[in-house]
Design a protein around this ligand. Structure first.
Ligand SMILES: C[S@@+](CC[C@H](N)C(=O)[O-])C[C@H]1O[C@@H](n2cnc3c(N)ncnc32)[C@H](O)[C@@H]1O
Length: 257
């Protein structure tokens, strides 16, 4: 899919749905991401935070309601997503502002911390992804933090290899997504950022939900259900291995000469 088709895809999803599954069907994966972000916001203690590609704002609100003294800004290029965010999020939340913005066109302001949760994988080329990373770098205050929670082909291939060993079919990358290749990303990003930490936050979750639970479903000819208790259970387990697509990389902005 090209850039416009992907944008229309998100507009369409938001226009037809303001439930918890409008930005992802995998709601327990989003719970994992929210927990990880809570820990990091606590640790880095920023004054201002930008959620780039905030969707319907559920994660933004999950953080803003815990860190009431921090100012949160949710940006998304889909007007319908921003519309949903404004209706879903508690009107009493005084520390959040949502606005329409495309990361490819840059961001205003100097944020102490910026995060993305599965946003940049919706840009259809590596060139656009690099542009977005540079725009994130430019929008951070000196030594600001970028928490990148995005999907990588490396972890995707690893869990699909195990699925194959279990006699399960490969789960393909969706047409509107372009996953990162870790080595490429790191060699580009190291000119702009230092890496503080890197964790595969989806490995345990995928091993349980996309391998073991999938195998149970396959053996009993049942369609897997995102709300199944295996997903819920897996979301509470410690992180281990490299068997899931979604990883967190904590980048600290390098101040360029
Ligand atoms: C998979 S959803 C994730 C939404 C949210 N981060 C979450 O975790 O629930 C991806 C979001 O990124 C947004 N997005 C994609 N490309 C964007 C861009 N260039 N600028 C701003 N938002 C974008 C989409 O509209 C969509 O809401």
């Amino acid at each position: 899919m090209n850039y416009e088709e992907i944008r229309n895809y998100w507009e369409g999803r938001a226009a037809g749905d303001n439930t918890a599954q409008s930005t992802t069907q995998d709601i327990f994966l989003r719970e994992i991401e929210l927990d990880v972000l809570k820990n990091k916001v606590k640790r880095y203690a920023p004054s201002s935070v930008a959620d780039v590609g905030c969707g319907d704002g559920r994660t933004t609100f999950g953080l803003a309601s815990v860190f009431e003294a921090v100012r949160f800004f949710g940006f998304d290029y889909s007007l319908s997503m921003i519309g949903n965010a404004k209706t879903i999020v508690d009107n009493d939340a005084k520390n959040i502002v949502f606005s329409q913005s495309d990361i490819c066109n840059g961001l205003i302001d100097n944020f102490d911390l910026i995060y993305t949760t599965r946003c940049l994988i919706n840009l259809p080329s590596w060139d656009l992804q690099k542009k977005a990373l540079i725009n994130i770098h430019n929008a951070l205050s000196d030594k600001g933090i970028y928490l990148m929670i995005e999907n990588f082909v490396d972890g995707q291939n690893n869990f699909n290899n195990i699925r194959k060993d279990f006699g399960l079919s490969e789960i393909p990358i969706r047409d509107h997504n372009l996953y990162f290749e870790r080595e490429n990303l790191i060699s580009f990003a190291c000119d702009f950022f230092n890496i503080e930490e890197e964790i595969n936050i989806s490995s345990t979750y995928y091993l349980v939900s996309r391998v073991i639970y999938s195998k149970i479903c396959d053996d009993s000819s049942v369609t897997p259900d995102y709300f199944d208790k295996h997903h819920q259970y897996a979301a509470g387990l410690p992180f281990c291995g490299e068997y899931g697509p979604v990883r967190l990389i904590c980048f600290r902005k390098k101040v360029l000469a």
